[in-house]
Design a protein around this ligand. Sequence first.
Ligand code: T4K
Length: 370
Amino acid sequence: MEEKILVTRSSMPSIEEYVEEIQSIWESRWLTNMGEKHQRLEERLKEYLHVRYVSLFTNGHMALESVIQAMGLKGEVITTPFTFVSTTHAIARNGLTPVFCDINSTDFTIDVEKIESLITDRTTAIVPVHVYGNVCDVEAIQKLANKYHLKVIYDAAHAFGVKIKGKGIGEFGDASMFSFHATKVFNTIEGGAVCFSDEKYLERLRSIKNFGIKDEETIMEIAPNAKMNEFQAAMGLCNLRHIHEEIEKRKKVVERYRMWLEPVQGIQLSPIQPDVNSNYAYFPILVEEEVFGISRDKIYEELKKENIFSRKYFYPLTSSLQCYKEKFKINETPIADKIAKKVLTLPLYADLRMDQVDKICDTLINLKSK
Ligand code: T4K
């Protein structure tokens, strides 16, 4: 049977490298609860991401949910619906009201022109998403946040290693959350982190990820268990050694895709953002059905028949999910609506071979002429 090409594939170190890294765990018998590897990974990540503080979590979702809790927010939070459901869940599970802002049609991040009209006296924060690793307009967002005294927490799940004008993406806003899930540019199997520069969040986050424990007899608040364990941290230590190579390999795949698909009428590619060092996390395309001749959904099905498994990240919009439609007043977000109906993310991972990219593009282009 022909090989399946899935939307992504986890990058892993050699088994020898991982075994060497975890060997000391058998000596220490220290498996979790902020052990030596956990601490070492935090230090390494601070250097790599150019940030003052890093707090590790068992996954990106709990990292986001916890930092929102740490900020002690109330009322309404402005965010976008064109994202993975985790972003919206993290807001709602903190008892806050998500207020959906539209995205722009060029890089699919929050439309900064539309934020101000959504701010009310109940607004306490903005949670923008660096979707696909595309960078939000961080300067405009910060200006608004300063003007209205709002917190800014970036969902940077897709943006590990991205830089703007030489600055790490995690340096912006009050905090940023990165996901280290198996499907991401950098993985710790499952995992995530919050980056921030204000020291006051350090202890808060440490406590929130560990049941709110201050010491053996003092529990400060109602909080979950969201700690990263030593096996996850060990995977992170190994994968971080290869991150440069990982991003370079992805870059080559993206360049090959662009070479094939840029000239195709009816297929719109994500922009190359000026002054940004990309991490090549995802490869979304927008299908203009009227021009291309067939719909996004039809392409998705036809690729599947050829064992190519693309995904509709991010369709449907989180604002149209049953759990949100029934609970909150939903604003109109016409651009996000339109993009979600046209978008398809093509397979992308470091070890995707050039002949596989050629096959994907060939199959796609042939559909047009049918
Ligand atoms: N915010 C945003 C904007 C996010 O995109 C995400 C996660 C989060 C927050 C939350 O972060 P985490 O709590 O997850 O750290 C996947 C990922 O599970 C999820 O992490 C990711 N976003 C989302 C966009 O994609 P699914 O349901 O599409 O995953 P699944 O199981 O269908 O896997 C997709 C493909 O990945 C598979 O076809 C093959 C490959 N794969 C998958 C796994 C599990 C591997 O190669 N290895 C693996 O171990 O959600």
